[in-house]
Design a protein around this ligand. Structure first.
Ligand code: ARG
Length: 582
């Protein structure tokens, strides 16, 4: 159910009947105040102005047309012109009741799978032999929530974990792994990479001080790139070990990425030569100091001189940008994507503009192929500086999650409860992981956000524990009533303003999901769920459920049931687990 879309189409239809060009938008919005109705049509003034007619008279004409065609009968109780030409729309209670009833018994909660795009979503994308750190956390969590929402709306999503698994550093890493194994025994690789960050650092240190090791490393890169089996085997070992560790984190976090989603840089390596050739042939890449460079009009330095983007170094090596040009082509033509969404932090904004700009210039994808880069701000500590450990190191994700569990354990143990030990563990896990994810998801991704254990683990405010608790409160009504949502029958009846407000809020779930997906802003969904919990609280306070007489009792139970289902589904789309009791 999408009230906004329903009203839009009826208004648009009426507008064409009174002489407006088709395609004009009546601008239907949820009203901000009850006296303005439930929805408003705000587009009349603009359209009237364009047509050179009086806005209020024009609005009246549209209303007369709607009246005559009777298309809004049973949907709307009252339409009223306000101010300079707004139309306030008051929805019909029976319509709301019926719609809520339909949504409640539908497994998609009445939300049709209306979108059918094939969308490549590039997110998480860590690097081999480097541990995933908090910098990858935001992209992983936000990307995963957007992916879930896009799929829920019906799209086909191809997850692309664009891991950094290729490049000159692999010569060094392979050489170091080999050395480590020769010193510590054949099966030492697990041990070597147990602390993957350290492994990388030690390899780099040796590379910098030991010329012979550096020479071996350089030879290994050449061998690796020419497809030497022994080198490839070691390289695969490094990739597998890293990805096993990442997968363990995805599983802990409840992120839907799996090994089959890995499409790392190495996948595109065989395509890079052709990319450069083609750009050269088209005269778009030119030689500069032995390197191949593309100049783009959009990129100039302070003096107004064009800034070149290097796509091949003078030693023949390719770059991060070259790979992304090939990736764009692959996604469009091999994966048949309708569009591409990329999540990384804001520092890569220029990179994607360049790579995608060149991909379009060179004809690797059509000019109108939609590729959107959703960036996000940094995760800050309470001191307002980039989030680091006390000693100034980047925080490892695994350690962060351990701490979350520790803190959630203390929090849950403080509370009185009759939960079994097993239930308690499930609650702790849901709260710990939920808190870390929700703290991020509930904020607008465009801003930096302060990572603060105390606020994220509070039962007050827009937090995971609050939302998870709100869900259990609704569920507890059913435990007390001794009924199951599926057994409920009868009609939803709307008499009270609080019932009405709850029904409308519930029926706005689809509108919320569409906006969430369109803007890739999960905080929209988080806010909606938080508000829904608030509207439900008001309803529960004013409309007794268990002590009400039938048929009111069953009706209110049904509203509570749809609330529980919506909260659960909404949290699931954010990737946040719910529990039945806390
Ligand atoms: N591996 C990169 C990093 O850690 C992110 C890759 C993002 N995806 C892309 N197609 N460039 O910074």
């Amino acid at each position: 159910m999408n009230i906004q879309a329903l009203l839009s189409s009826h208004f648009a239809n009426a507008m064409t009947h009174v002489g407006v060009d088709s395609g004009a938008d009546p601008v239907i919005k949820q009203s901000s105040k009850p006296q303005f109705g439930d929805y408003q049509a705000n587009g009349m003034m603009g359209i009237a102005k364009k047509m050179g007619v009086n806005p209020r008279e024009f609005a009246q004409k549209v209303l007369d047309e709607l009246d005559q065609s009777q298309t809004l009968n049973g949907i709307v109780d009252k339409l009223e012109i306000a101010g300079p030409g707004f139309i306030n729309i008051f929805l019909n209670g029976e319509f709301l009741a019926k719609s809520a009833q339909t949504a409640r018994t539908d497994e998609q909660l009445g939300i049709a799978k209306i979108q059918h795009d094939t969308i490549v979503v590039d997110y998480s994308s860590p690097n081999v032999a480097k541990e995933m750190h908090v910098g990858h956390l935001r992209g992983t969590i936000i990307g995963d929530s957007v992916v879930r929402t896009l799929e829920f709306l019906g799209n086909k999503v191809i997850r692309a974990n664009h891991i950094g698994d290729w490049g000159t550093q692999f010569g060094m890493l392979i050489a170091y792994l080999e050395k480590f194994e020769s010193e510590n025994g054949e099966n030492a690789s697990d041990m070597a990479l147990a602390d993957i960050e350290n492994f990388y650092r030690n390899a780099k240190a040796l590379y910098d001080k030991d010329e012979q090791f550096a020479e071996t490393s350089r030879q290994y890169v050449v061998r690796l790139q020419s497809g030497d089996e022994a080198m490839l085997a070691k390289w695969r070992q490094l990739v597998d070990l890293t990805m096993t560790q990442c997968q363990a984190l995805y599983d802990r976090l409840g992120v839907t990425l799996s090994p089959k989603d890995t499409m790392g840089e190495s996948l595109y390596n065989p395509m890079l030569k052709d990319v450069v050739e083609s750009l050269k042939k088209q005269g778009l890449a030119v030689e500069d100091d032995g390197a191949m460079v593309v100049y783009m009009d959009e990129f100039k330095n302070k003096e107004g001189e064009p800034l070149g983007v290097i796509i091949q170094k003078n030693d023949g090596g390719y770059l991060y940008t070259t790979t992304d040009i090939a990736a764009a082509q692959y996604r469009k033509h091999t994966l048949n994507a309708d569009r591409v969404i990329l999540f990384t932090d804001a520092r890569q904004a220029q990179h994607s503009k360049q790579a995608w700009g060149i991909a379009k210039m060179g004809g690797f994808v059509p000019q109108d192929f939609e590729m959107v880069h959703h960036t996000f701000g940094m995760m800050l500590g309470k001191d307002g500086k980039p989030f680091k450990t006390r000693s100034g190191d980047t925080v490892k994700l695994a350690d962060l999650l351990d701490e979350a569990i520790e803190r959630a354990t203390a929090l849950i143990n403080e509370r009185q409860s009759d939960l079994s030990e097993q239930e308690k563990q499930a609650v702790i896990n849901a709260v710990a992981i939920g808190a870390v994810k929700y703290a991020d998801l509930s904020k607008n991704r465009n801003t930096d956000y302060v990572f603060d254990w105390d606020t994220m683990l509070s039962f007050e405010g827009n937090t995971a524990p609050y939302m998870q608790y709100a869900y259990t409160r609704v569920r507890s009504i059913f435990a007390k009533a001794g009924v199951n949502g599926d057994e409920l029958t009868g009609n939803i009846i709307i008499n009270d303003d609080n019932e009405r407000a709850l029904a409308i809020k519930l029926l706005q779930f689809e509108e919320c999901l569409i906006t969430t997906a369109k803007d890739a802003l999960p905080n929209t969904l988080a806010l909606y769920l938080y508000e829904l919990a608030g509207v439900f609280s008001a309803f529960y306070e004013h409309c007794p459920i268990l002590t009400a007489d039938e048929p009111i009792k069953s009706s209110r139970l049904q509203l509570a049931d749809l609330t529980a289902k919506t909260l659960k589904q909404g949290l699931e789309l954010l990737g946040i687990k719910t529990v039945e009791r806390m």
